[in-house]
Design a protein around this ligand. Structure first.
Ligand SMILES: *Cc1c(COP(=O)(O)O)cnc(C)c1O
Length: 375
């Protein structure tokens, strides 16, 4: 039995009865789409995130698209974001015809750097080709971006702020739940995320009543007050009742799982501190992470190969998030970026790799991981 990278089986065993009875209830009442589970889950997660409104949707990607649609983003708009993220963050911007403007990251948290953001906004202003419209900050690996630095930059430039909390649901920034930050926050319930369902799912959060109405409209093809009245363009972005039932069951143990993830991260710090030339993740003062991933840095690409090879020889799985930053992806070739444009991000991408991380990771397995890394 190897060490799993994530362990959804142990989790399932804990909530099996609740999951089964939740799905059973949906089969009985038959409201597969927009059943009562949706509103119940929305209310629970809004309360947990200390935010007024939560709108369930079909995926984290749809959450971002719905937020951008509701904020009126389109052709000629510039939306500033990080290149060190999953494709969906920037893809959603480009799909709406707007232009993603990539800004470099902080070398310690791997999140958007506020000073680079400020510079990028000035540049777009000066070039006068695109209209600066908004910012999508990402809480990479479960750790919040530096919102005290990013929020004023967005505000002073008249830009909206979307928090891509796909990896950070449950994390906090200086006492604030991440999904209460920004004009809109988006999360994902993909199975591997900190709170995952058994398929695709997502949610959008906002404190703004008008935004909530817009999000509910774009979720169903821009519906007006009447079912077959369409007042704007939208998508089919609904969360289904069975996934909401699964999430309600899993949410009962989610706060405890967050604590367990933090204990696992703590233990990693203890056992990995002595490993030569290995940089461990930082959690700045006042932040709590949801630990979607536990990512470490090797000295360079060759050293990373060596460390991953040692772990592989011991049957320990690893992964690289993300080997190629978005500004260098073929899909964004028309933006005209070249290697060297965003050096901090590129340097991190060459060195980073992820170790197994889940709430049920055992201390003895973490010890084995540390021993394999030490060689
Ligand atoms: C997973 C993820 C998404 C997309 O979520 P899906 O539910 O897979 O569509 C968006 N942004 C980030 C940062 C993610 O990690």
């Amino acid at each position: 039995m190897g060490i799993p990278f994530i362990d959804l089986k142990s989790q399932y065993k804990r909530v099996e009865n609740e999951v089964r009875s939740g799905i059973e209830a949906v089969l009985e009442h038959g409201a597969y789409i927009m059943g009562p589970e949706i509103r119940e889950l929305e209310a629970q997660l809004a309360e947990f995130s200390q935010v007024k409104h939560a709108v369930g949707c079909a995926s984290g990607t749809d959450a971002l698209i719905m937020a951008l649609l509701a904020l009126g983003v389109g052709k000629g708009d510039a939306v500033f974001t990080t290149p060190f993220t999953f494709m969906a963050t920037a893809e959603s911007i480009a799909l709406l015809g707007a232009t993603p403007i990539f800004v470099d990251i902080d070398p310690e948290t791997y999140n958007m750097d506020a000073a680079s953001l400020k510079k990028a906004i000035s540049k777009v202003h000066d070039e006068k080709k695109l209209t600066p419209k908004g910012v999508i900050a990402v809480d990479i690996f479960g750790l919040a971006a530096d919102y005290d630095a990013i929020e004023p930059v967005a505000k002073n430039n008249g830009l909206f702020l979307i928090v891509d909390a796909a990896q950070s649901f449950g994390a906090t920034y200086k006492g604030r739940p991440v999904c209460s930050i920004g004009d809109v926050a988006c999360t994902s319930f993909f199975p591997a995320k900190p709170l995952g369902c058994y398929g695709d799912g997502g949610m959008v959060f906002t404190n703004d009543d008008t935004m909530d109405e817009l999000l509910r409209s774009v979720r169903v093809h821009g519906q007006g007050t009447d079912r077959y009245e369409n007042v704007r363009l939208g998508i089919n972005g609904r969360l289904d009742s069975m996934q909401a039932a699964v999430l309600k069951a899993k949410f009962t143990i989610f706060p405890e799982e967050l604590e367990l993830r933090n204990e696992v991260a703590e233990r990693y710090r203890e056992v990995l501190t002595g490993v030569e030339d290995l940089v461990l993740p930082t959690v700045p003062e006042g932040y709590t992470s949801a630990w979607a991933q536990y990512c470490v840095l090797a000295r360079d690409a060759r050293h990373r190969d060596e460390l991953q090879g040692r772990l592989k020889a011991s049957d320990i799985p690893t992964a690289i998030y993300y080997p190629l930053p978005l500004h260098l992806q073929k899909a964004f070739a028309d933006l005209g970026h070249a290697k060297g444009d965003l050096p901090v991000c590129e340097g991190i991408a060459d060195r980073i790799f992820a170790l197994p991380m889940h709430p049920y990771l055992k201390a003895e397995d973490q010890k084995a991981i540390a021993e394999a890394l030490a060689g």
